[in-house]
Design a protein around this ligand. Structure first.
Ligand code: SF4
Length: 436
């Protein structure tokens, strides 16, 4: 059930590269039903909208909701029979784009705490302006469906690890930098009011220079082929040498955080929430004086609170429910796609091995806290970049790649889960006791 184009020329047996994410107008078929993603512009979502989503998930889906790496919420297990009802309910909750074209091109990740006084500008206001510009310009309907914008106001937690095609971020003084993936040592440095028009011009330049080539569907690839200045020149924007103010993974943002601006950071393993968990999270926000929650691209919610004590109370209840409330939680060291049985392309289970492998993964963790990527097939949806150890399901067994990604050559092949555990344990010892 989708109008997504079929990708020609695929090797037999190779994972299918879809090049798009599910939407509400374009749900994606999975083995547990249709995936249907709400459209949320910016990082703010009302507690009432969370409650509406939880109710839609129960009434029209299988009661499960994913918080994606694009800070979007996705219903699982929707059926053809309930699809129309789900669309109507999403619309009533203000979680539906105006039409399918608008839904496809509006892909924006904004600073999680936008507008709460920790950033140099209101990233959510810029996100709304950008969404309006994207939806109003017919020429931008040719943007590839995964083309992503990030708007970072310079406040915590940073969005530096978000792989955006076009990035708007706070620069020195009161200026704003607009940069391109693959070329962030050069940027247009502008007044804040000029940032969104510049980003839209760069998106148009991308569409023109790419000329529909599938292999150039992300800015990084276009910049690698033509260079940053070719895209900037096409957009009639002057780029200058630029040093990004920070390039770090987000610091600890789970648990009770903050002094002047306080919040409770709560995550679920792999961003998979039940409707009941979301209902309780929204209720906790309300009970502690907040009518809204914040979405992050790290699959966690931040709940703004008036005091740190209120945040601590939310965190205590979330922890009692088995949710993740600490950046030291070993479950965060594992990245995994849904795998079998949910994904039709999967060659084995992935997330089912979380409890067993998480402690080992934590010992292997690199600078971004991830030690293990479990992938249901060689496509590696959950993590395009490398990991200390990547395990790829293959006919019910696993292949192991060290310091690489799911598409790289395996160092070990055909391992059972028992053999894997031994192999990982040996690697953690090597890491902890390096050869002198
Ligand atoms: S990587 Fe995982 S989610 Fe992606 S296609 Fe393969 S099995 Fe499916």
């Amino acid at each position: 059930m989708s109008g997504a184009p079929e990708i020609k020329g695929r090797r037999p047996g190779a994972p299918e590269v879809k090049g798009w994410c599910p939407g509400a107008y374009a749900p994606m078929q999975s083995n547990d039903g249709l995936l249907m993603r709400a459209k949320i512009v910016g990082s703010r979502i009302a507690a009432a909208q969370i409650e509406a989503l939880a109710e839609i998930a129960s009434a029209c889906g299988n009661g499960l909701i994913d918080l994606s790496q694009r800070a979007q919420l996705q219903l699982r297990g929707v059926s053809e029979a309930t699809l129309g009802d789900a669309l109507q309910r999403l619309d009533a909750a203000g979680l539906l784009a105006p039409d399918a074209d608008a839904e496809r091109v509006t892909n924006i990740v904004a600073a999680p705490l936008a507008g709460l006084g920790v950033g140099a500008f209101d990233a959510n206001a810029l996100a709304a302006e950008l969404a309006q510009g994207l939806q109003a310009d017919a020429s931008l309907r040719a943007l590839p469906p995964k083309f992503l914008f990030a708007i970072d106001d310079g406040g915590p937690p940073p969005l530096d690890d978000v792989e955006a095609d076009i990035r708007i971020e706070a620069a020195q003084g009161d200026r704003v930098a607009v940069s391109l993936a693959g070329g962030d040592d050069r940027a247009a440095v502008l007044d804040p009011a000029e940032a969104v028009p510049a980003a839209l011009s760069l998106a148009r330049a991308f569409v023109g220079l790419r000329d529909g080539a599938f292999e150039l569907r992300r800015m990084r690839r276009l910049v690698a082929r033509l260079g940053v200045d070719a895209v900037m020149n096409k957009a009639e924007i002057i780029a200058e040498a630029y040093v990004r103010p920070r390039q770090a993974a987000p610091a600890a943002f789970l648990g009770a955080v903050g002094t002047s601006v306080c919040y409770a950071g709560v995550a679920a393993p792999f961003g998979r929430w039940t409707a009941a968990e979301l209902l309780r999270l929204a209720a906790l926000a309300r009970e502690h004086g907040s009518s809204e929650l914040r979405l992050t691209p790290w699959r966690a919610f931040l709940i703004p609170t008036e005091t740190r004590e209120a945040a601590q109370r939310i965190v205590a209840e979330a922890a009692a429910r088995g949710l993740i409330v600490s950046s030291d939680d070993p479950r965060l060291a594992v990245v995994a796609c849904p795998g079998a049985p949910e994904c039709p392309q999967a060659q084995g289970e992935t997330r089912a091995h979380l409890a067993r492998l998480a402690p080992l993964a934590q010992k292997l963790a690199g600078t971004d806290g991830v030690g293990l990527h479990l992938s249901g097939c060689a496509k590696g949806c959950a993590r395009p970049k490398s990991a200390p150890v990547t395990l790829i399901a293959s006919n019910g067994l696993f292949d192991l790649v060290e310091n690489g990604g799911a598409g790289d050559a395996a160092h070990l092949k055909g391992l059972t889960i028992d053999a894997l555990e031994s192999a990982l344990a040996a690697r953690t010892k090597e890491k902890l006791c390096p050869t002198p």
